[in-house]
Design a protein around this ligand. Sequence first.
Ligand SMILES: [Zn+2]
Length: 163
Amino acid sequence: MDKYQQSHKDKLFKPDRLDVYVESHRPRGLAQCPQCGVKYHAGQWTWHVDLSAQEVESFLCPACRRTLDQAPAGEVRISGGFLKTHEDEIIHLLRNTEEREKHDHALERLISIVRDGDELVATTTGIHLANRIGHALDAAYDGQSSYRYSDSESYLSVDWHRD
Ligand SMILES: [Zn+2]
């Protein structure tokens, strides 16, 4: 990983990174998403809190809103001959990376994995997961990757290629 990528990776963990979906859809108090079951507590969306004895608002979480709106925060485009012979394995890696990521970062999820011509395109609800998937592909298969952030850093597009 070069310095440019590393500096971006560090930035992703800043708590003050603004996500318009998170900022514009905040419950007033305790809440639970009727779609995925994630809970809102102390200003965070998390799986790891028990609110069963408390009164909670039913509130669609930002990740489910993005999925419903088909409004990804990140995408990973996978291309090259390696994809043709390893597609199932790659899809498995994408899903595994999502499982690990969303355990601690509840709003980081895959929206879809679809074929677009010769490319496989994964879209995500958070830029963090797109970044993780790019690095997981690099670590597992040693391809070529590039990371492009939007000016506001609210969108990340990753291209990964191996011949
Ligand atoms: Zn949800």
